[in-house]
Design a protein around this ligand. Sequence first.
Ligand code: SF4
Length: 158
Amino acid sequence: MIRMVKVGIMICDRNRTCVGNKCFKSIIERDGVFSKYAKDEPIEVVGWMACGGCPGERLEYAPADMKKYGAEVILLASCYLAGYPPCPYIKDHKTFIENYVGLPVVIGTHPMPQNYIDAHAKAGDWEGCEGYLKEIVNDPEGAHKYDSTREDYTESLG
Ligand code: SF4
């Protein structure tokens, strides 16, 4: 029997109107943190929710609801680290979800797009985030693929 992986995704509220294209694309194409899952291993998103604004208004309820609906892991989407500044509450969110809700947390979803890597290198505001970034920044091909500021981005969606 093929096992279904059930995930819940929390996004930064500064991106609450995001349509989710890059997160969902990375699930289908097994990029970013999803590269560890086999392509024939189905991934079901049981919930997609913005955090509610600093310091995380929906943190108390959203991950617990996602757990109720079957989530086995909560992903804090790449936008937690892509924004300026990166989320200052990321450790609090991770600790609360792991210790109180009782689900493992993965930081990141899709590969960090090159335009954000360049901007944060210039801003110098990723200091201390290295541990959170490791699964989504060491992939030059993915960084290019997910950079929606490049001219041929929409053509590349195929
Ligand atoms: S910076 Fe962090 S706490 Fe604030 S809105 Fe974004 S994810 Fe939520």
